[in-house]
Design a protein around this ligand. Structure first.
Ligand code: GTP
Ligand code: MG
Length: 476
C-alpha cells in the first residue's frame, strides 16, 4: 500500500476511535443525603477511596466492573460548578488514615466532588474499537434536613403553624417547648411588627430545634434550614416561627393583616422562605440529580428509645416525599425531577453482628415503604442495603454461659480502649413501644479501625453493592 494511503487509513482509524470514545463517555450526577450525623461524609470519602485506591486488597466482589477486570483507574478531577463548595476529601481521608485514626469533622451545607472513572466497556463491539471509556461522576453532599421542608410548599402559614403547634404540644417535645409556647401567648399578633422581637423569638425557636436534634436525638425538624442554614446563617429570611395561637384569633382579621403587623410579617417571611429557599434548592440542585442515595442511621435512634425512633420514622416519611413523584404529583409539576435510581442505606452496620444485617435492612425497608405506600416510587428503581462506609469493628465469636455468641470488637470512641460486646438484636419490623421496655439495645460509638495507609482502600461493608447499584449499569 502506498505510504500516503496508509497514513490516511491510520488517521481515519484514530479519528474514529476518538469519536467512539466521545460517544460512550458518560456523565452522572449522584446525590448523597441523610440527616446530620447519618454518615454522609464518611460514605463519600469511602466511595472515592475505594475507587481511586483500587488494588489487590480491595473487597469489591459485587462491583462487576472491578470483578470482571474491566476497571482501569479512577481519579479526582476539578468540579464543574465553581460556585458550590468543594467536598473536602483530603481532610476526611487524612483523618481516617492518621495514627490513631479519627472520624472526619461534621459538615454543614452542600458540597461537590467530581471523579473520572476509566473502564473497559463490556460490549465486544465497543471493546475492540476503543481502549477505554470514562464515566464522570459528580457527587453532591447535601443535608437531608433540607428535604424535610418539602411539605411546607403545600401548606399555608396558618396550616404549617397549626401542624407545628400540634407537634410541639406532644411528647417528647412538650416540656422543652413550654417556654417558647408561653412566649408566643404573650405577644400581640396584630400590633406593628417589632423586628428585634421577631429576631429574638426566631432565635429562641432555632435554639429549640437545635436542642431537639442534638440533645434529644429527634429527626423531624422544620424548617430544616434553621439548624443547617449554610450560607443563609443570620439572614432575615430564616427569622420566623410558627404562630401557635391560631385557635384564639379571628381568622378574618388574620387574612386582612398587613405585612407590617407581626403576624403579617411572619406570614410574608414564611412565603418568602418557601419561594427563595425551599423551591430554590429543588430548582437549582434537585432537578439535576440522576441518582440518589439516602443514608439513615437507624441504630442511634434505636438506642435512644421509642420517641427518638418514632421521630426518625416520621422524618423518613417526609424525606421520601421528595421521591414519590408520579406524573400527577405537585413535585413533578413544579420541578420535573429525573432520578431513576434511589438507594436507601442503613449506615454504621458494623455496630451490629453480621447475622443482624438482614434485620437492619428489613427495618429500613419498612421505614421507607410502609405497606400502604408500597407502589409509590413507581418511576424509580429502589434498593435497600445495610452498609458500613468505614468499618470500625471486627466480628468474631465469644463464649457466653457455655454458648458461642457472635460479637463485635473495636476501640471505643471515648477512650480508645478495646471492647468486645454483643450489641443485641435489631428488630426486623417497626418495633412497638414494648421493645424498649423488654430489651436493651447497646450501641457504643467506635473509633475507626487503624488504617493501613492513606492510599489503601478502607475496610467496609457492602460498598461494592452500593457501587454496583449506583454505577454498575453505566459501566457495561
Ligand atoms: N462505626 C461506624 N461509624 C460510622 C460510620 N460512618 C459514620 N460513622 C459515625 O457517624 C459519625 C457521623 O458521620 P459523618 O460521615 O460525619 O456524617 P454526616 O452525615 O456527614 O454528618 P454531618 O456532616 O454532621 O451532617 C462519624 O463521626 C462516626 O462516628 C461507619 O461506617 N461505621
Ligand atoms: Mg458531613
Amino acid at each position: 500500500m502506498p505510504l500516503i494511503e496508509k497514513e490516511l487509513i491510520e488517521k481515519i482509524r484514530v479519528k474514529a476511535n476518538v469519536l467512539k470514545h466521545r460517544a460512550i463517555d458518560q456523565h452522572i450526577n449522584l446525590a448523597v443525603t441523610g440527616l446530620s450525623r447519618s454518615g454522609k461524609t464518611a460514605f463519600i470519602t469511602s466511595l472515592v477511596n475505594q475507587l481511586i485506591n483500587e488494588n489487590a486488597q480491595s473487597q469489591m466482589t459485587f462491583f462487576s466492573t472491578m470483578q470482571e477486570g474491566r476497571f482501569i483507574a479512577a481519579k479526582r478531577v476539578p468540579q464543574k460548578n465553581l460556585h458550590i463548595a468543594r467536598f473536602d476529601y483530603d481532610s476526611a481521608a487524612q483523618a481516617l488514615s492518621e495514627e490513631p485514626p479519627h472520624w472526619p469533622a461534621p459538615t454543614k451545607g452542600i458540597s461537590q466532588l467530581r471523579i473520572a472513572i476509566k473502564y473497559q466497556p463490556k460490549d465486544s463491539f465497543i471493546k475492540y474499537t476503543t481502549n477505554a471509556a470514562t464515566l464522570f461522576v459528580d457527587i453532591t453532599d447535601y443535608p437531608g434536613e433540607w428535604l424535610l421542608d418539602l411539605p411546607m410548599l403545600n401548606q399555608t402559614y396558618e396550616e404549617w403553624s397549626q401542624a407545628t403547634t400540634e407537634l410541639l404540644l406532644q411528647s417528647p417535645r412538650a416540656d422543652e417547648a413550654a417556654s417558647f409556647l408561653n412566649r408566643i401567648e404573650s405577644i400581640s399578633p396584630f400590633e406593628p411588627v417589632d423586628e428585634k422581637l421577631l429576631e429574638d423569638i426566631s432565635k429562641q425557636y432555632t435554639e429549640l430545634l437545635n436542642k431537639f436534634r442534638h440533645e434529644m436525638g429527634l429527626s423531624l425538624i422544620q424548617p430544616g434550614r434553621f439548624i443547617l442554614p449554610g450560607d443563609l446563617a443570620g439572614a432575615p429570611i430564616l427569622q420566623f416561627f410558627p404562630y401557635t395561637q391560631f385557635k384564639h384569633i379571628d381568622l378574618d382579621h388574620y387574612q386582612k393583616a398587613q405585612d407590617d403587623t407581626l403576624i403579617g410579617m411572619l406570614r410574608a417571611r414564611y412565603i418568602e422562605y418557601k419561594e427563595r429557599v425551599v423551591k430554590e434548592f429543588y430548582k437549582e440542585h434537585f432537578v439535576n440529580f440522576d441518582r440518589q442515595i439516602i443514608l439513615a442511621d437507624c441504630l442511634t435512634p434505636l438506642n435512644n428509645g421509642h420517641s427518638s425512633f418514632k421521630d426518625l420514622q416520621q422524618a423518613i416519611t417526609l424525606i421520601t416525599e421528595s421521591f414519590r413523584y408520579g406524573s400527577t404529583n405537585f413535585i413533578s409539576r413544579l420541578f420535573s425531577p429525573k432520578i431513576d435510581k434511589l438507594l436507601f442505606a442503613a449506615t454504621k452496620s458494623d455496630h451490629v453482628t453480621p447475622e443482624q444485617h438482614g434485620n437492619l435492612t428489613s427495618l429500613l425497608a419498612q421505614l421507607v415503604h410502609p405497606v400502604r405506600q408500597k407502589t409509590n416510587f413507581d418511576n424509580i428503581n429502589t434498593e435497600t442495603l445495610a452498609i458500613s462506609s468505614v468499618k470500625a469493628t471486627q466480628f468474631g465469636k465469644s463464649q457466653h454461659q457455655g454458648k458461642q455468641i457472635p460479637v463485635v470488637r473495636g476501640n471505643q470512641l471515648s477512650d480508645f480502649q478495646e471492647i468486645t460486646l454483643y450489641p443485641g438484636m435489631v428488630p426486623k419490623e417497626l418495633p412497638a413501644k414494648s421493645y424498649w421496655q423488654d430489651y436493651q439495645f447497646k450501641f457504643v460509638p467506635f473509633a475507626p479501625l487503624v488504617s493501613t495507609g492513606l492510599h489503601q482502600p478502607f475496610q467496609h461493608i457492602r460498598m461494592d453493592q452500593v457501587l454496583e447499584f449506583l454505577l454498575g449499569d453505566k459501566m457495561k
